[in-house]
Structures are given as C-alpha cells and as structure tokens.
Design a protein around this ligand. Structure first.
Ligand SMILES: NC(=O)C1=CN([C@@H]2O[C@H](COP(=O)(O)OP(=O)(O)OC[C@H]3O[C@@H](n4cnc5c(N)ncnc54)[C@H](OP(=O)(O)O)[C@@H]3O)[C@@H](O)[C@H]2O)C=CC1
Ligand SMILES: O=C(O)C(=O)[C@@H](O)[C@H](O)C(=O)CO
Length: 282
C-alpha cells in the first residue's frame, strides 16, 4: 500500500501522525536496517524507536538508504528513565539525534513515568523546552496514567500530544483511552498484537478473520483503529509488515468491537509492567 493512502491523526499541536506506525523493539543492527528499510519501502513512515532499544542507529540508516526525503518521515524516540533531570533530558534527546543522524525528531516521549523517583514533571518541562528550541516537533509521554498526565499538564499548561500505552485485546485500557481523549491526547498502542501472543489465536478473533478474509493480526489492528488508537506493530517479517498495512478495506461492526473488548483480562499485561511501579532496567 502506498503511504499516501494511510490516513492521519491530527495532534493537539497542529501536527499529524499516520494512523499506523512501525515498532522497532528488538529490531537492530544490520539485519534491523534491512527490516526497517523493507518496512519503509512498502509504506511505513512513522517509525517508533527508543534509546532503550539500541535501534536508533538502524532507524537512521534505513531512512538514509531509502532515498526518501527526511520530511516524509515521522520519527519517534523516547527518553530513558535515568535521565529525567532537565540537563540530562536535553542531552539525551541530542544524543538520540546524533545516533539517528537527524537534526530533529517528529515526536519525543518520556518512556516511563517512574513515579517512585518522581522526576517526570522536570522531564516534561525539559521536553517543552526542547520543542521550543526546535529539536522536536511534537512531545508526548508513554506509560502515563491519568494522575501523571494531570500533574504535568497542571505544572506546565502543556498537554502531551501523544500517550503511548500498552493496549491489546487482553489489556484494553478503556478508562485510560477515555482519559487521553478527554485531554485531547492521541493514544498510541504498544504491543498492539499482544507481542504475538495467544490473542492471535482467540476464537473471537479467528472467526472475524474468517468472516472478513483477513488474518488475526489485521482484525486486531483494525479494532485499534476503530477505537481511535494508533498501533505501532513490530515485525521482522515482510509478509506481516505488508499485512499490517492492509487495514482500510473492511470495517468491524460495533458488536464485533464489543466482543473483542470482552477478551480483556485482569492480568492481561504482556510483561506485568505496571507504570505505577515499573522502573526500566531494575
Ligand atoms: N512505550 C513502551 O513502553 C513500549 C513500546 N513498545 C513499542 O511498541 C512496538 C510494538 O510492540 P511489541 O512489543 O514489539 O509487540 P507487537 O504487539 O507489535 O508484536 C510483535 C510480535 O508479533 C508478531 N507479528 C507482527 N505482525 C503479525 C501478524 N500480522 N500476524 C502474526 N504475528 C505478527 C511479530 O513477529 P514477526 O517479527 O515474525 O512478524 C512479533 O513477534 C515495539 O516494537 C516498540 O516500538 C513496545 C513495548 C513497550
Ligand atoms: O519496549 C519497551 O518500550 C519497554 O519499555 C520494555 O520494557 C519492554 O516492554 C519489555 O518488555 C522489556 O522486557
């Protein structure tokens, strides 16, 4: 599919993002360059990386090798938790740009709030400053709960453009999705396919795949889109990369969305990472 056919979400700062992106967790090195380049060649333009993934070098290299102008891309990276103090945060953003060999990011996120350390308000202030300096077009957060959102908005008057949260059929996060929407924040879904888990084998999903002549991954990604969520599936496989872009030629009914929502579980997280307690690398 040509990227021009991917619709966009409008952000609260006037910028846009394609309605689907490409995740790069565990995609790195020279093989990673090839996998990201393949994704770019079939139409992905929003690429999600992070300092924590060690994939920024591969992302930048794939963009350069594609020969497609920088301005066509939407590159996201994320601030690691040990760098929430202002000077560190600004330097880490600059380091991301150096590794990517880009002179601005489209979106920079605080990767996790780390509320026990309680420095995320200072980190957010640094991102507001970075945006004013032109280092990044849009700023946002990841793994923020409603209380974390309200604190940074109250402290700075600036709402994040994006909150990137764990969302998949076993962990649907309907309250957080509503909280993001109420604050004008676009929700991105990480692990949108449940990291390739049993969700892809659920009978509810397989029946819909049969009905619409799609595969299970496409049904789940379509469910995200119809909830107003921006999924960033990762795939090293060209077939999956391609399938994951073929989402705009069918539509689930409201009852089908409800049936997928009903798959949610009390302990449905992929890796038991509660943003209220999780600390990167601990
Ligand atoms: N902000 C945060 O804290 C976090 C952000 N992320 C971001 O979100 C991205 C996506 O999440 P991730 O955890 O990678 O998991 P995903 O939910 O994207 O699942 C990836 C797995 O699903 C498989 N897969 C992809 N497409 C299909 C398909 N159509 N059918 C069947 N299987 C498929 C992949 O296999 P194959 O490669 O063989 O296709 C891979 O094993 C990450 O790469 C990262 O960029 C992730 C975790 C946390
Ligand atoms: O991939 C990310 O962005 C993370 O934050 C990681 O914590 C990841 O979710 C993971 O599961 C690491 O074990």
């Amino acid at each position: 599919m040509d990227n021009n056919n991917v619709p966009v979400y409008k952000l609260n700062d006037g910028h846009t993002l394609p309605q689907i992106g490409f995740g790069t967790y565990q995609i790195r090195g020279m093989q990673g360059v090839d996998q990201i380049l393949a994704a770019i060649q079939i139409g992905y333009r929003l690429i999600d990386t992070s300092t924590n993934y060690d994939s920024e070098g591969a992302v930048g290299e794939a963009i350069r090798r594609s020969g497609i102008p920088r301005s066509a891309f939407y590159v996201t990276s994320k601030l690691p938790g040990q760098y929430h103090h202002r000077d560190d945060a600004l330097k880490m953003l600059e380091e991301s740009l150096l590794r990517l060999r880009l002179d601005y990011l489209d979106l920079y996120l605080i990767h996790w709030p780390l509320p026990k350390r309680d420095n995320y308000v200072e980190a957010w202030t640094a991102l507001v400053e970075a945006q004013k300096r032109g280092l990044v077009r849009s700023i946002g957060v990841s793994n923020f709960e409603t209380a974390h959102l309200d604190r940074i908005i109250e402290a700075t008057g600036v709402a994040p453009a994006v909150n990137q949260n764990e969302i998949h059929p076993y962990w649907i996060q309907d309250k957080l999705l509503q909280a993001n929407q109420d604050r004008g924040i676009v929700t991105e879904a990480w692990s949108p396919l449940g990291r390739g888990s049993d969700e892809l084998k659920e009978q509810t999903i397989l029946s819909l795949a049969d009905k619409y002549h799609k595969n299970a991954g496409q049904i789940i990604l379509r469910w995200h889109l119809q909830r107003g969520v921006l999924p960033i599936p990762k795939s090293g496989s060209l077939k999956h990369q391609h399938d994951n872009l073929e989402l705009w030629n069918f539509e689930l009914t409201a009852d089908e969305i409800t049936a997928i929502n009903a798959l949610t579980k009390a302990n449905g997280r992929v890796n038991n990472q509660d943003p209220n307690t999780y600390e990167e690398f601990n």
